[in-house]
Design a protein around this ligand. Structure first.
Ligand SMILES: Nc1ncnc2c1ncn2[C@@H]1O[C@H](COP(=O)(O)OP(=O)(O)OP(=O)(O)O)[C@@H](O)[C@H]1O
Ligand SMILES: [Mg+2]
Length: 223
């Protein structure tokens, strides 16, 4: 079983939106998924309650219990545990990173988000974990051109020693509507731009978690 931690100390960056869309991406691809909701707000649980049909298991837990949750998920034969963290600092985040095979650090394309994510990147590095930044809520391109804030964010992140995922999620009402209905954008409109983004992000994460032989560089290094 692999464990993916979704991190950012800043509130409202999109941790839960990314967590549950990746959980759904994995579930739609046939994986057994546990989404560990470590946020007392219980947003992932709210989404699961709205979902009246099958889907990923969502389990509320506290970060000190994550290791036990991980063991139980492994015994239950799950393929993937995704940890949706709370917008907190300190030990909570460290507990999640400790359990993770791969860390996704979620931020919006803004100066303050970049500043806030630096400590998270340092924490991931301190634990020697692999990971990447994912830009969420990027404004749509105008006339095919990326907005300046996105380019600036990518440039600033390039100093932090981790890659930016080639596919992020744009700011789209489709994400909000899907979550409110207990669904994912991939279910509601499989050919939409949002669904293509989520599918692409899931495939990128999947390749990091389960690299094929030709994706592993000599020496075993991955980002
Ligand atoms: N890509 C997106 N497009 C449009 N709206 C989004 C997107 N991602 C998140 N949102 C909206 O932004 C708000 C915050 O998102 P979300 O709850 O996923 O963030 P969070 O980081 O989990 O927040 P918290 O820190 O409170 O746990 C929500 O209203 C959500 O619907
Ligand atoms: Mg959340």
């Amino acid at each position: 079983m692999k464990t993916l931690a979704i991190l950012s100390r800043k509130g409202g960056t999109g941790k839960t939106t990314v967590s549950l869309h990746l959980a759904m991406g994995a579930w739609l691809a046939g994986k057994g998924v546990l989404l560990a909701d470590c946020d007392r707000q219980g947003s992932a649980q709210e989404w699961r309650r709205e979902r009246k049909i099958g889907g990923p298991v969502v389990f509320s837990t506290k970060t000190p219990a994550l290791f036990a949750t991980q063991q139980a998920a492994q015994r239950a034969g799950r393929d993937l545990m995704i940890i949706d963290t709370s917008p907190s600092a300190g030990e909570d985040l460290a507990d999640a990173v400790r359990c993770a095979d791969y860390c996704l650090m979620v931020l919006r394309p803004s100066f303050l988000d970049v500043r806030a994510i630096r400590e998270t990147a340092e924490l991931v590095a301190r634990f020697g974990k692999r990971g990447a930044f994912v830009i969420n809520q990027a404004p749509p391109r105008r006339a095919g051109r990326e907005m300046v804030c996105v380019g600036d964010t990518v440039a600033q992140l390039s100093n932090l020693g981790r890659p930016v995922t080639p596919i992020g999620l744009r700011a789209r009402i489709a994400y909000q509507s899907a979550v409110a209905a207990g669904r994912s954008v991939q279910e509601i409109a499989p050919h939409s731009a949002a669904a293509l983004e989520v599918g692409g992000l899931w495939r990128e994460v999947e390749a990091q978690l389960w690299p094929t032989a030709d994706q592993v560089a000599p020496g075993g290094a991955r980002s």
